[in-house]
Design a protein around this ligand. Structure first.
Ligand code: GYE
Length: 338
């Protein structure tokens, strides 16, 4: 009796399986059901290590990851390192030890200091994706890096400054750089220096200093520069907050930012647009903070064993100029998320 029933049961099961296959066949044509074992966003628990909350760009970057995780149903464990490398390294170690975490995303404060936790992550089978900033580590220790070409951004600043100073006999440019050790600051400075010679721009000694990505510190730096000399024709600020600090100092020195001294920023946040629209900021080189969809997609690909992604996926970015006029800039600003 039993055998048969198994037989009959067997036959019954077969037809259900055939049906299922048939049925799945149909769906396959539409949207491939994740085959057994294929991970989905619901399977992702992400340990996200942010730099801190130092700028408008950073706020947009954080919002991109939190909002997109909600939309995709990703379990996000978000950590704000408050600008301290040691906090990032200890959080990274915590996530390595957390069995529920299968993906770690790092926005690196510094270009070095992560080798041990990267090796620990590899040993613990964690997928590591770098977002925003590159690091100087063996690429085999992370899946991919998704972020901007900061060197190219620096080159774009130099080209824009050359154009703004084309009729100026003197081309002394003061630099307010980003936080020391950050790849964004290192590479933007390098890119600018690679191109500044094209039109004879120089950065006089003593006129390059960090503003740590913030308005008040950058204002103080620019005030100190102007006390040293007023023979300054341009300011290269590594982000919008630093440009705003420089603009405030130039105004308080009785000079006209955008005219007496040309000012160029990087990020192109809403604040940057505001200062371009009133003409005190001459140009703003875009740096895209909305990286979450691409980064989560890459992490999911990694979880599913996809090895086709390159080690660096550079962001696509533009640039904007006060010369475009307030109407055009306002129209663009209305379409932007940050
Ligand atoms: O330019 C600045 C932020 O890493 C690209 O960090 C980012 C930079 C951005 O603080 O505003």
């Amino acid at each position: 009796m039993k055998t048969r029933s198994i037989a009959r049961t067997g036959v019954a099961l077969l037809s259900v399986a055939a049906l299922a296959a048939l049925w799945s066949g149909n769906i396959a044509a539409q949207s491939p059901l994740p085959s057994a074992g294929t991970k989905t966003y619901a399977d992702m628990t992400v340990g996200f290590i942010q730099t801190g909350s130092e700028s408008g760009w950073r706020a947009a970057n954080t919002a991109s990851f939190k909002e997109t995780a909600d939309q995709l149903g990703i379990n996000l464990k978000f950590y704000d390192a408050q600008g301290k490398l040691e906090n990032q390294v200890s959080a990274f170690h915590q996530f390595n030890q957390d069995p529920s975490v299968n993906v770690i995303i790092l926005a690196a404060l510094d270009v070095t200091g992560y080798d041990d936790v990267l090796k620990e992550a590899q040993a613990n089978g964690k997928v590591v994706v770098l977002e925003d900033r590159r690091i100087d580590a063996d690429p085999s220790l992370y899946y991919t890096y998704i972020g901007s070409d900061f060197d190219l951004e620096g080159q774009k600043v130099a080209a824009a400054m050359c154009d703004l100073l084309k009729d100026s006999p003197s081309k002394n440019v003061a630099e307010i750089s980003g936080a020391v050790g950050a790849s964004a600051a290192i590479d933007r400075a390098k890119g600018f220096r690679e191109k500044m010679g094209d039109c004879g721009i120089t950065i006089p000694d003593g006129l390059s200093q960090t503003g740590n990505w913030g308005v008040p510190e950058s204002k103080a730096v620019m005030e100190a520069f102007l006390k040293k000399t007023t023979d300054i024709q341009g300011v290269f600020a590594h982000n919008d907050e630093e440009a705003i600090g420089a603009i405030q100092a130039i105004q308080e020195a009785g000079l006209v930012p955008g005219k007496d001294i040309k000012v160029i920023g990087v990020d192109a946040t809403a604040d940057g647009f505001k200062y371009m629209i009133d003409g005190t900021l001459n140009a703003d080189i875009e740096c895209n903070p909305l990286l979450a969809p691409q980064v989560y997609e890459a992490a999911l690909a990694a979880l599913n064993g996809d090895t086709s992604l390159p080690k660096w996926v550079p962001s696509q970015e533009g640039q904007f100029f006060a010369a475009q006029g307030a109407d055009a800039l306002n129209a663009i600003l209305a379409t932007r998320k940050y």
